[in-house]
Write a protein that binds this ligand. Structure first.
Ligand code: BTN
Length: 237
């Protein structure tokens, strides 16, 4: 993979999408500073300049149909969890692709797919923000970083190299990927609160797992089974 470091950019995902025609698959755009980092659901991703990893991996010629794009979630999530584990930090994957340590968020992802006219997956931009050295998170009670977990300070460029080595070692079609993802599922089997966004109703239930198509399975206490797609449920933390 070839890494291009940018001193400052609005968002590595936005830049990767703008430059998509000219960028080869396997190119990684990494930014020391993002001025308008983008998160899930239109949220902003704030990362203190120079302290963390904010980068986007451009993937082309993927051996996947658009309907199988969920496998990119599995691959990126397992890669981040493995990276943290290589530093002795136990990580959990909060469906669909947040990474949590000790109940706090350490990494978020924004995966943006380019789908062709015939439903084929033409390209994907896998945007990943990992909190590495940042120790203070203004207005974010539920965030942590690698440094807060280990007490050490890291060199972001070297850390990106370590992460990419792990990412490259995974195969998006590997049958074991889904099992690796499921084994690390945050709150699996633990009774907790959920907000069904389809019906605007809160209830207690237990995560039973993730279906092969990527839907989250929650069994409601004293109720039925729910199967959610992205943005149809939120966790009460
Ligand atoms: C989330 O948890 O809401 C997703 C956060 C994704 C942040 C990363 S940082 C690198 C890439 N560029 C962006 O603008 N967003 C992603």
């Amino acid at each position: 993979m070839s890494v291009i470091w940018l001193d400052s950019i609005d968002s590595t995902n936005s830049e990767a999408l703008r430059r998509l025609p000219e960028l080869s698959g396997g190119t990684v755009l990494a930014a020391r500073e993002q001025t308008a980092g983008r998160g899930q659901r239109g949220n902003t991703w704030f990362s203190a300049p120079g302290e963390n990893l904010t980068f986007s991996i451009v993937l082309k010629d993927l051996p996947l149909k658009a309907s199988e794009a969920v496998r990119l979630n599995y691959m990126a999530s397992v890669a981040v969890a493995s990276y943290l584990e290589s530093h002795g930090v136990e990580a959990a994957i909060k469906w669909p692709n947040d990474i949590y340590v000790n109940g706090k968020k350490i990494c978020g992802m924004l995966i943006e797919n380019v789908v062709g006219a015939h439903g084929e997956l033409k390209a994907s931009v896998v945007g990943i923000g990992i909190n590495v050295n940042q120790k203070v998170f203004p207005q974010l009670a539920n965030a942590t970083s690698l440094s807060l977990c280990t007490g050490k300070t890291y060199e972001p460029e070297a850390e990106l190299g370590k992460f990419l080595t792990l990412f490259e070692g995974l195969q998006v079609q590997d049958a074991g990927l889904f099992a690796s993802y499921s084994a690390r599922l945050f709150r699996c089997g633990v009774p907790a609160g959920y907000h069904d966004l389809l019906t605007d109703r809160e209830y207690r239930g237990v995560i039973k797992g993730v279906e092969a198509d990527g839907r989250l399975h929650i069994k409601e206490e004293g109720g039925g089974d729910h199967y959610y797609r992205f943005k149809e449920v939120s966790y009460i933390l």
